[in-house]
Design a binder for this molecule. Structure first.
Ligand SMILES: Nc1ncnc2c1ncn2[C@@H]1O[C@H](COP(=O)(O)OP(=O)(O)OP(=O)(O)O)[C@@H](O)[C@H]1O
Length: 292
């Protein structure tokens, strides 16, 4: 399915949360990156029909998603940033309930629920009440309910927040396996979670789309602007005052610094290969201010 946003805008109290947002998402995994308040949840809420845009259109395979109504929602799986659950439901009953809301037959809902609980590593918790789950377990249940109807379009808002490293890896593998033939939009602040699985990244800043492209293309766009420096404490402090520091690691009396800068930051700085976190820092820092 092809999702097409054309000049989508949303205002809150006269201030744009989203402005002239245009992008096309085909099949694949699309990582939506942006700092806090960039407009990610606003964009997602418009796509899934929770919010009405103040301008522009959102189309799925050429047809307005609002006008399609139920036909589009049937193809959609969605996990909100802060999922709210009925605490007294058991995990298994909750998925059957969601299956009924999505018009799955009871038999299909049961088999999909069992399969997905296994996939998200929650089979042992099937009879537990949701109120007794940990935050990470609830997050995984949110992912499972979004995938229940085998949707063609899967929209996940901060799906890996609260997951431990093992579960995050499991999640990435799950998304990669699920992706063929589907459109997956995944909003996150956790850059490594999309870096290795995203077909394309959409970089959003202050409600505007700054860039869209393959992770490697975005990284290439800042080639020559990432540096590694080994410095003592005093020099590190001086660099941190005037440069954007991506990472600082102490090694005995010295520090290894990763710096994102148009110019060579100091004598002895070594060029480094950019990664997506560098791209985020380069484009999402304020003006010339250091982002350390
Ligand atoms: N209901 C609302 N009323 C007023 N302003 C709002 C409302 N919802 C969002 N905003 C504002 O719109 C902008 C975009 O918010 P949004 O939640 O879409 O950002 P986000 O990228 O999802 O942020 P985060 O990463 O922190 O979740 C922010 O400035 C936010 O304060």
């Amino acid at each position: 399915m092809e999702i097409q946003f054309d000049n989508v805008a949303k205002c809150y109290k006269g201030k744009y949360a989203l402005k002239d947002f245009s992008a096309t998402l085909g099949e694949g995994v699309f990582g939506l990156l942006g700092e806090n308040g960039a407009g990610k949840t606003t964009l997602i809420s418009i796509l899934v029909g929770i919010l009405r845009a103040d301008g522009g259109t959102v189309r799925a395979d050429g047809r307005d998603v609002g006008a399609q109504g139920r036909a589009f929602l049937t193809d959609l799986g969605y996990m909100p940033q802060y999922p709210v659950f009925y605490r007294d439901f058991t995990v298994g009953d909750f998925l059957l309930y969601m299956g009924a809301l999505k018009s799955l037959s009871p038999a299909l809902a049961r088999s999909r629920a069992a399969e997905l609980l296994d996939t998200v590593n929650l089979s042992d918790a099937r009879d537990k009440k949701i109120g007794a789950l940990s935050g990470g377990m609830r997050q995984r249940l949110g992912i499972a309910q979004a995938m229940l109807s085998d949707p063609k379009v899967l929209v996940l808002d901060e799906p890996t927040a609260g997951l431990d490293p093992g579960e995050r890896i499991r999640f990435r593998n799950l998304i990669s396996r699920f992706a063929p033939g589907r459109t997956i939009l995944l909003a996150t602040h956790i850059v490594p979670d999309v870096e290795c699985i995203a077909t394309e990244i959409l970089l959003l800043r202050r409600g505007k789309l700054l860039m869209q492209g393959a992770p490697s293309a975005l990284e290439q766009s800042i080639a020559g602007k990432v540096w590694e420096v080994t410095a003592d404490l005093e020099q590190s402090r001086r660099l941190a005052e005037r440069c954007c520091i991506g990472n600082m690691k102490q090694d005995g009396a010295l520090f290894s610094l990763r710096i994102v800068s148009d110019e060579c930051p100091c004598a002895g700085a070594r060029p480094a290969r950019p990664n997506l976190e560098d791209v985020f820092l380069y484009f999402c820092q304020d003006g010339d201010a250091p982002c350390a």
